[in-house]
Write a protein that binds this ligand. Sequence first.
Ligand code: AMP
Length: 431
Amino acid sequence: MSIDQLRSVRGMRDILSKDESRWEWVRTLASETARRLGFSRIDVPAVEFVDVFDRSIGADSDIVSKELFLVKQKEGKEDRPMALRPEFTAGIVRAYIQNSLAQESGAKRLYTWGPVWRYDRPQKGRYRELWQFDAEIMGTSSPSADAWIIYLAWKILQDLGLQNINVQLNSLGNEESRAVFQKKVQTYFKPHATKLCEIDQRRLQNNPLRLLDSKDDAVQALLEDAPQALDCLDKDSKAFFTQVLSFLDDYGVEYSLNPHIVRGLDYYTHTAFEVVSTFGGSEGSALAGGGRYDGLAQLLGGKKASGVGMAIGLDRVVLELIDQKVKVPDLHFGCEVFLIHLSPRGRKKAQEVLTNLHAGGLVTLHSPDKDSFRAQLKAADKAGAKYTIIIGETEAKNDMCIIRDMKSGIQEDAMCSDVVSLLANRLRRTR
Ligand code: AMP
């Protein structure tokens, strides 16, 4: 393979250590916020059978029909096609059914994060391997769960220090209201059918709500006067949506209504939302999206189970942190202690002390392959060590060592057994 061919796959990136502080902070803060709101972690496989996505997201959705990464299988081994997950919800609902989580008491609040894969056209903020933070509440049809999920997405983005974050909401209502809306959309688009591309014509026939997600110019031009879901809500659906809004008011979430958010996936009912950033006058870069999916478990062959969920696009959040110049804490562990040995016996002792320092939680390095004092001191300097511990033949014999403060150059003798508590105390003061 030539060096030109040695490159990552289009739309897939390396995230290098220099950017890792930002990523680690986002993932840690999101996970901690979720745990504080009563969510626990679930991990689902990166690969599922294609019919999990077919049945849930829908075979004629862009995600399934065009963007799935199919997994090549060993010949004759498995004839059910498999694919890399393009999102988390379908896999989590599959896991919920397969593991009978509904039988455990109470609603299940679950979160996860990781990469998902979509064969999309790559550009800034749009990748083929993208990272999502996902949260789902399964087993409750209460509007408070919709508000809780939105509150979680909003709180994470707020706590990250992002400005101009706006929650945009819509409601498709229950299945009856959704059916009324679907009929109206079909009736509205029918006279314009010849203007639509082939895929959209098929959608008009089979799943008219998908049209509202279409990026095609012909559809976009017609959207302005298209029927709106909120006008089709029946009494119960209206009451449900009003309660969601009232809970959001209680949680202090700022939101606005946006009739264009429909999320044409087959399983959405009631609440649909996006969280966008309008920083720098942008017309709204989508950082997160989600909604209620009461029909999904049944579509997958399980018993009826209500659910509501959301996914935050982590790549976009990281780009937004950079655009908004948010200062993030440096999570990189600087070297605190560097061990220097001056003889074979000193090296043995140094390794013993090193293990104790690690057990005491101190960031400690050692170059056991170097013997010269100068070379080891240079390595300690390069690593930015705050202290070095020097152990020669005599020190090792007496269970002693020399502690050197790298900034002041001051040296002192200490017992090896005292070193951990002594340095831990000093370093804690400066950490
Ligand atoms: P979705 O699952 O399509 O609702 O997407 C949830 C979030 O993931 C979006 O709001 C975006 O922030 C992010 N996202 C979706 N597609 C991509 C992509 N191709 N590249 C990067 N981020 C994406």
